[in-house]
Design a protein around this ligand. Structure first.
Ligand code: ATP
Ligand code: MG
Length: 399
């Protein structure tokens, strides 16, 4: 039987007037995701998106790649047969026989949908006749009998009868949902080597936002390996977001200046304000609409509400913090699901830890922070740090 992929999308279906635009971008994204598969193609047929490849051994692999495209709700591998009232029941029985060789299935239910109203048999009757054909064909082994169970079947078999073709399938690979990449502006993620910021970037990309990254290090106090870890994380993210540019900036001179001229307990908050200011300038240069951070209320000293207010005050550009109210366990679960967790927990130093104060201020006062900043030549420090920017273009892992 000829096999194709049936791709269903979630939220895009609710888009009303803009639906064709979202569908078009989604198809482009899927096309991009499968371009390494032999003669792969994507098409729409009566409101559903389909894909196929000549490389039939790699169909499942292709389904997994498509399930990672934002906007996709589910992907199913379906048998494509002729919409012929004489043969679709035999085809359904054949299909069930095949999958029973691979999986233990003792009970089943058929759900039929007749999108083609010209088809001479109504949906409940299609399901009933397919069920009968399946029972007849599959029950030749007395030790491996198949029964119908409409409440809790081991296998729910779908039959989608369309004009020319009928699609028979049973399994769904869950996608991430969301909206196609590129449909919702551009964000500059402040990317550390931690668990939170890659997760935050992924969550915004899932809402359709294109991603570019900025990373701060304190070389030679932080190692090259710490920077490589961030590029490794960017590579994993690129698997979802496409190629990512990472701008790496050395914060060491700024940290040294703060260390020399400002109260020790303000180190963290002052360096975070510098990070935000530099990120804001870069965002204007690369035409990013917003900054994104992995900040989360109450997680560490600099992330008290007062700390966040003072950090936020450093910039005018909107800052999106998709993890703000999440619990750490839930953030970790997402990091695991998207594959960044194992890399994030590798123990490499972060620039924030270089001058970590013993007692960081948890309730910084804006006036006092601004007073401290007046002792620094902020403009010169920022310009110098930005002049030394190194840019890396990170592609998705190709293996
Ligand atoms: P993460 O796990 O993302 O590092 P965190 O819980 O360790 O977050 P902080 O170290 O306070 O929290 O950082 C808060 C946010 O500030 C990060 O999520 C990230 O967006 C940004 N940030 C922190 N350090 C860096 C860095 N070295 N380069 C770029 N952004 C950074
Ligand atoms: Mg961190």
């Amino acid at each position: 039987m000829n096999k194709v992929l049936i791709i269903k999308y979630g939220e895009i279906a609710l888009k009303g007037m803009n639906k064709p635009y979202f569908e078009r971008v989604l198809m482009e994204r899927i096309r991009k995701a499968i371009k390494s598969f032999k003669d792969a193609s994507v098409w729409r047929y009566e409101g559903v998106v389909f894909a196929r490849t000549d490389d039939s051994d790699r169909l499942e692999e292709m389904a997994v790649e498509i399930s990672k495209v934002f906007g996709v709700a589910t992907v199913s591998i379906a048998a494509e047969v002729e919409s012929d009232p004489e043969t679709i029941f035999a085809d359904a029985a054949e299909y069930m026989k095949e999958i029973r060789k691979e999986q233990v299935i003792s009970t089943f239910k058929v759900e039929a949908k007749r999108s083609n109203k010209q088809f001479p048999i109504i949906s409940p009757e299609i399901a009933r006749r397919a069920g009968a054909a399946i029972l007849k064909t599959c029950n030749d082994d007395p030790d491996y009998q198949l029964r119908v169970n409409v409440h809790e079947p081991d296998c729910l078999l779908f039959m989608d009868v369309r004009r020319d073709k009928t699609y028979i399938y049973h399994d769904k690979i869950a996608g991430f949902g969301g909206l196609p990449l590129g449909t919702n502006g551009k964000g500059l993620i402040l990317l550390s080597g931690g668990i939170d910021s890659p997760t935050a970037a992924w969550m915004m990309a899932k809402r359709g936002m294109t991603i570019e990254a900025i990373h701060f290090h304190s070389y030679p106090f932080t190692s090259d390996r710490a920077k490589e870890k961030v590029l490794d994380l960017a590579e994993i993210l690129a698997g979802y977001c496409g190629r990512i540019k990472v701008h790496c900036i050395n914060l060491l001179e700024i940290q040294q200046a703060i260390n020399e001229h400002c109260p020790e307990e303000q180190m963290t908050i002052l360096s975070r304000r510098f990070m935000m200011k530099i990120a804001e300038r870069l965002a204007r240069e690369v035409k990013a609409d917003v900054l994104i951070t992995g900040e989360n209320i109450g997680q560490v000293a600099s992330q008290t509400v007062q700390g966040l207010v003072v950090t936020d005050n450093a910039v005018e550009i909107p800052v999106m913090r998709p993890l703000i109210a999440m619990d750490k366990v839930d953030i970790m679960a997402i990091a695991q699901k998207i594959g960044t967790f194992e890399t994030s927990i590798q123990p490499f130093e972060d620039c924030c830890t270089v001058f970590l104060p013993k007692h960081p201020s948890t309730k910084p006062k804006l006036e006092s922070i601004l007073e401290s900043e007046s002792h620094l030549d902020g403009e010169a420090l920022i310009e110098k740090a930005m002049a030394g920017t190194e840019v890396y273009t990170v592609n998705p892992n190709q293996n």
